[in-house]
Design a protein around this ligand. Structure first.
Ligand SMILES: *Cc1c(COP(=O)(O)O)cnc(C)c1O
Length: 393
């Protein structure tokens, strides 16, 4: 049994490409080209060189000694927080911009919610000298002023989405509309393992460098390639997909996916998609999705902007439905407390998204001999104001 995508673009019953007919040529071009282009030696060489010298890979696999002593198990942190721009997202935008260039595209569009993917996209557009337009909900533009400033500083144009709830899903609609109107010169960089096939698989492949490195680093440090547990937070699911990728089909490795419970799974203010979601279509993909009984997408809530998403990518829907991964949800309070604890025990201030993954240590018992790898998806600089307000620092 494989947990990877099949030739039709499905993970079990999830995935596919549910798109308007007008978008079909763009997505089909990508589907036909992505494996061929990314397998070319010149592509791989350029991707690897940029990951090394621009992003700063390989990121360290750090043995967290004090944390390990407290929880009486062996805890390793995969330090994606040390990537250029402060999180894993840039692994994917580097891959997609190289693909866009080889497809002859000159204009890049993206959607962003909290602004992290917008910044990662604006960064690689500056690097390649390509025009960059980022769609962002008007409400998010107000809430995320520092990231808007970063994108502008990097030379991107930030276009407000003025319809609907004026947040991420409306920005996505605007980006899709733009792509339909500009099919020839424009490439759409999606920021997680979501969207129509081939995006989920393509993004997972670009992020899979995370688990490739974990294997090499564990072999060196522990004499074995595979951990007993790999733990990651899931918004759309890209850092998790990267951390799990090379362990998906090895059932000796237990996979734990951590979702944001917000104020509590049953509070009405949550983003715990596996617990609350039903099968539906979002952003061109059949997956688990929080929705009302008549199929309207429910507004999610989490204190961490990166986990505040009403769906999960189709890979994760399948990992949940098949039982391959264990899904745990963590509240705002549990994540915030762990953010403080990690700061003071290891001298690392995590992104609030990543702090959710760590909070599993308080929920689950591990054996002293277990090797537990936690993906530290990003650093907490962007969240400092939220930490300040929460802890009255
Ligand atoms: C965006 C983001 C996430 C959530 O996105 P995924 O696609 O689920 O990885 C998690 N952590 C950080 C630091 C982020 O910036």
């Amino acid at each position: 049994m494989s947990y990877h995508v099949n030739e039709k673009g499905y993970y079990g019953g999830f995935g596919g490409a549910y798109i308007p007919e007008m978008l079909y040529p763009n997505v089909e071009e990508l589907r036909q080209q992505y494996l061929k282009i990314t397998a070319e030696p010149s592509f791989q060489a350029e991707f690897d060189a940029l990951l090394k010298d621009y992003v700063g890979r390989p990121t360290p696999l750090y043995f967290a000694e004090r944390l390990s002593a407290k929880y009486n198990t062996k805890i390793y942190l995969k330090r994606e927080d040390l990537c250029h721009t402060g999180a894993h997202k840039v692994n994917n935008t580097i891959g997609q911009i190289l693909l866009a260039k080889r497809l002859g595209k000159t204009r890049i569009i993206a959607e962003t919610g909290a602004g992290q993917h917008g910044v990662a996209t604006a960064t690689v557009c500056a690097l390649m000298g390509l025009q960059c337009i980022v769609y962002m909900g008007e409400i998010d533009i107000e809430r995320q002023a520092p990231n808007v400033a970063r994108m502008k500083m990097l030379g991107a144009e930030v276009r407000p989405a003025l319809s609907g709830s004026r947040t991420l899903k409306d920005a996505t609609n605007e980006a899709i509309r733009d792509w339909i109107n500009n099919p020839v010169d424009t490439y759409y960089i999606i920021g997680s393992v979501v969207g129509p096939h081939p995006y989920p698989d393509m993004v997972a492949r670009f992020q899979s460098v995370i688990s490739k490195e974990i294997k090499e680093q564990l072999l060196e440090k522990e004499g074995r390639e595979n951990p007993d547990y790999v733990i990651a937070c899931v918004g759309g699911g890209s850092n998790a997909a990267g951390a799990y990728y090379h362990f998906l089909d090895n059932e000796n490795v237990t996979i734990i996916a951590v979702e944001a419970a917000g104020l509590g799974v049953d509070s009405g203010e949550s983003a715990a998609t596996s617990a609350l979601g039903k099968i539906g279509v979002i952003h061109g993909s059949k997956t688990l999705l929080m929705q009302s009984p008549d199929g309207q997408i429910t507004e999610p809530y989490s204190i961490s902007a990166g986990l505040d998403y009403p769906g999960v990518g189709p890979m994760h829907a399948h990992l949940f439905a098949s039982g391959r991964a264990e899904f745990i949800s963590i509240t705002d309070d549990q994540a915030m407390q762990f953010g403080l604890q990690l700061s003071q025990m290891e001298g690392i201030i995590p992104a609030i998204e990543s702090a959710h993954a760590f909070a599993v240590l308080d929920q689950k018992q591990f054996k002293p001999t277990d090797i537990v790898v936690i993906n530290l998806s990003g650093r907490g600089d962007k969240d400092l104001n939220t930490y300040i307000d929460y802890f009255k620092l």
